[in-house]
Design a protein around this ligand. Structure first.
Ligand SMILES: [Zn+2]
Length: 228
């Protein structure tokens, strides 16, 4: 069991400098996207072995997740479902029609029997065990159906940072979420904006300083220094 099971939902990711941060994409289905993807995202692939899918399930928002039996072909099925989710999410973000291939892959995964929820004696939610990778994927696919057909479908977005492709759904009431994570891209943006302001101010100061001695032979007092 993950040490922080029961904590706020979200994936533990690392920035390119190695700093850990939490990314909550807002929906189970979108939690599968950072495991890799089609085209340029293929280099981020982390689903290679059955243990990789089990590891993803352990950390996703379904936790605590049941004991899973995952076959190799189910890892490939997970990649197919994930790549379909990428197609559908990006089509949604762009306001385009949902692509037929992505829909077919999603609906095929959703047609399987999902994980079976059960209530434990202590009042917590568990799942019937053992469960299969196919069941896990059916649960993810059904979550995606609810997401894309649901009230927040128009709030599926890509992080506003230029160099970030993380996809989330903004379920906040005001609907003004811009970043994958405030503690990551949000703060980087703030730091960059601050640096840009300081650079502009420093450039203006330097221009004033350059002009000063030539214009007044260095004898003029600083503006506002008189009487200080
Ligand atoms: Zn981001």
């Amino acid at each position: 069991m993950s040490p922080d099971s029961g904590a706020a939902p979200g994936l533990r990711l690392r920035s390119w400098t190695g700093t850990p941060y939490r990314f909550d994409p807002g929906a189970l289905a979108l939690e599968l996207l950072p495991t890799g993807g089609p085209g340029p995202f293929a280099r981020y692939e982390v689903l290679h072995e059955p243990a990789d899918l089990v590891g993803w399930a352990r950390d996703c928002r379904l936790r605590p997740t049941p004991v899973l039996t995952v076959a190799r072909r189910e890892v490939l099925a997970a990649r197919r479902l994930r790549d379909a989710l990428w197609q559908l999410a990006l089509a949604r973000v762009a306001g385009e029609d949902l692509p037929a291939a992505g829909l077919a892959a999603l609906n095929a995964a959703a047609a399987h029997r999902p994980l079976v929820p059960a209530l434990a004696a202590d009042g917590s939610r568990t799942f019937g065990e053992p469960a299969t990778g196919r069941q896990l994927l059916a649960t993810v696919a059904r979550d995606a159906v609810e997401l894309f057909a649901g009230p927040h479908a128009h709030r599926i977005r890509v992080c506003s940072a230029e160099d970030c492709s993380l996809v989330y759904v903004d379920t906040s009431r005001p609907g003004r979420r811009r970043w994958c994570a405030m503690e990551h891209c949000g703060n980087l943006h703030k730091a960059r904006a601050l640096r840009a302001r300081r650079t502009t101010a420093a450039t203006a100061d330097a221009a004033t300083a350059d002009a000063g001695p030539r214009a007044g032979a260095g004898a003029d007092p600083e503006p506002g220094a008189e009487g200080a």
